[in-house]
Design a protein around this ligand. Structure first.
Ligand SMILES: Nc1ncnc2c1ncn2[C@@H]1O[C@H](COP(=O)(O)OP(=O)(O)O)[C@@H](O)[C@H]1O
Ligand SMILES: [Mg+2]
Length: 269
């Protein structure tokens, strides 16, 4: 198994009109060795930033992120071969008109022979029960089918680590269960962010992120309790949702997707 390590990593960005850079993630050192790892935290707390560091979609402003001996700044290709990334919204990841074409695109670099590529794409689609939908427009699939397809397109190239950013946020209960079962059956290391606390409770290790800092790192029950306490402390005494802490996006904010990253596809370096 690949070992992802963050060594004194911080992420800061320059923001127009602000003299000092904004800290998205405060200095952090981690070794991600468990098979199932979760990240929970409020909207805007830094979950996506942390996940995107893991395969070089976001680069550290200081410190290093390595996957085995590969650094995400200097060896991003090697890193992305090992670490697959699944976005919240599968439509920002699927770039081909149909599932079959998208999975074949994923395999484009690793399988040179077209017939073999087509055979492997079919096998991958079949593994996820998606073969009957292989030639249907991705726009005519349900949200759950699309999310499974995005997962299949990433797993087609057999990464060692699968990173998923809020994979169940757009899914209904039935599809969430399906996703949960699918993830549980994977041999890959899985690192995901989620607002689904039931899903978080299934994991081996859960980090709680708050305002760009990891404020808890340990077992899932402790993490969920910590997160609940944090949320309760942040609510006004009346509990009125619309008076949530100033400066924080409310719970109804949609997940933010950086358009520059939206075209990241396992078939493209
Ligand atoms: N490129 C950027 N420039 C400025 N601010 C950013 C940028 N990317 C993320 N942020 C801000 O960093 C914070 C953390 O974002 P993110 O990691 O997406 O949080 P989460 O995934 O937990 O909702 C948010 O306040 C977000 O607005
Ligand atoms: Mg996010």
């Amino acid at each position: 198994m690949s070992i992802i390590a963050l060594d004194r990593v911080a992420v800061r960005v320059a923001v127009d009109g602000r003299p000092a850079p904004k800290t998205l993630l405060a200095e952090l050192t981690l070794r991600l060795t468990e098979q199932r790892i979760g990240i929970i935290g409020a909207n805007g707390s830094g979950k996506s930033t942390l996940l995107r560091l893991l395969n070089g979609l976001v680069l550290p402003s200081s410190g290093t992120v390595t996957v085995d001996k590969w650094d995400t700044v200097r060896a991003v290709r090697e890193v992305r071969r090992r670490v697959g990334f699944v976005f919240t919204d599968p439509l920002s990841q699927l770039v081909m008109p149909t599932g079959r074409e998208d999975v074949e695109l994923s395999l484009r670099r690793s399988v040179r022979n077209a017939r073999e590529r087509s055979r492997q794409a079919e096998a991958t689609l079949d593994r996820f029960g998606l073969l009957p939908l292989a030639d249907q427009s991705i726009y005519e699939l349900s949200g759950g089918e699309r999310q499974l397809l995005a997962l299949a397109a990433v797993l087609a190239v057999d990464p060692e680590v699968l990173v998923l950013d809020e994979p169940s946020t757009l899914l209904d209960l039935r599809n969430r269960e399906l996703l949960r079962r699918t993830l549980a059956g994977l041999s890959q290391q899985v690192i995901l962010s989620t607002h689904d606390l039931e899903l978080a409770l299934d994991l081996d290790r859960v980090l709680v992120v708050d305002a760009g800092a990891v404020v808890f790192d340990g077992g899932p029950a402790g993490a969920v309790a910590h997160y609940r306490a944090l949320c309760a402390a942040g609510l006004p005494a009346s509990g009125a949702a619309d008076a949530a802490r100033p400066g924080r996006p409310g719970p109804e904010s949609p997940p933010r997707e950086n358009p520059d990253l939206a075209r990241q596809h396992p078939g493209q370096p």
